[in-house]
Design a protein around this ligand. Structure first.
Ligand code: FMN
Length: 215
């Protein structure tokens, strides 16, 4: 073979090898980068999940959201607080459920009108609630006639809240929490009461409030 042709073939072969090398190297390092950033992402997700689980383990033993709700509004708020704080969610269930006739505030003879007028009324609670493990309790209720429903007083009578931090929250048609807050403060002076708030079911407002009280 002619010397020139051999040189040409060798040159083409060298160029082809070099091109091949330049194409493969960046690809494999890209793959490396991608897989390492993917690993990082996966680790981050796992860490977040682990933190969530750890928080749940750490918090669930000390924080509870305990609420009474006759028609579901306070329940929605309680669920959001529990989700945000990773606290245990516990409903105060009345032994005798409130019907819509019971809740008719226009009827002076309705069950709620009679209960709210009678200072000594203490509607019975159906479920057993153990508050021993909780240091902090979010206590939720609807406003009835500017105040707490008397079943909340039943709860206070039958559960030892002394020394615990209790953060009330309420829902209402417009009345604020202050009237019910002063009833609660007077009812048990041994509780570390944190001034609560009337809340709507808007999640962002609830989160904002939770941030503001810093619990
Ligand atoms: C008997 C009764 C009395 C109420 N009194 C008031 C009141 O004084 N002020 C107010 O703003 N809303 C009042 N409401 C409206 C409730 O507070 C409101 O609808 C609340 O969000 C209901 O919560 P729930 O769905 O968790 O039971 C009253 C409701 C009932 C049934």
């Amino acid at each position: 073979m002619n010397k020139k042709i051999i040189t040409l073939i060798i040159t083409i072969a060298i160029v082809a090898i070099l091109v091949g090398i330049f194409m493969i190297i960046p690809k494999s390092s890209e793959e490396k980068d991608n897989s390492s950033s993917k690993n990082k992402e996966n680790n981050q997700v796992n860490n977040n999940e682990n933190n969530k689980d750890n928080n749940k383990e750490n918090n669930s033993s000390s924080i509870a959201v305990i609420y009474f709700s006759a028609s579901g509004t306070t329940k929605k708020v309680a669920e959001i607080i529990s989700n945000e704080t990773l606290a245990d969610l516990i409903e105060i269930v009345p032994k005798e459920k409130y019907t819509s006739a019971d809740l008719d505030w226009n009827d002076s003879k309705s069950r709620t009108s009679i209960e709210c007028d009678d200072e000594s009324s203490r509607p019975e609670i159906a479920n057993v609630i153990n508050v021993d493990n909780y240091d902090v309790i979010y206590l939720g209720y609807p406003i009835w006639w500017g105040d707490v429903p008397h079943i909340i007083l039943t709860f206070m009578d039958t559960h030892k809240l002394d020394g615990k931090t209790v953060i009330p929250f309420c829902t209402s048609g417009g009345t604020g929490i202050s009237g019910s807050m002063s009833t609660l403060k007077k009812y048990n002076k041994n509780v570390n009461w944190i001034d609560g708030e009337r809340l709507s079911t808007k999640e962002s407002d609830i989160i904002e409030w939770l941030k503001s009280i810093n619990y």
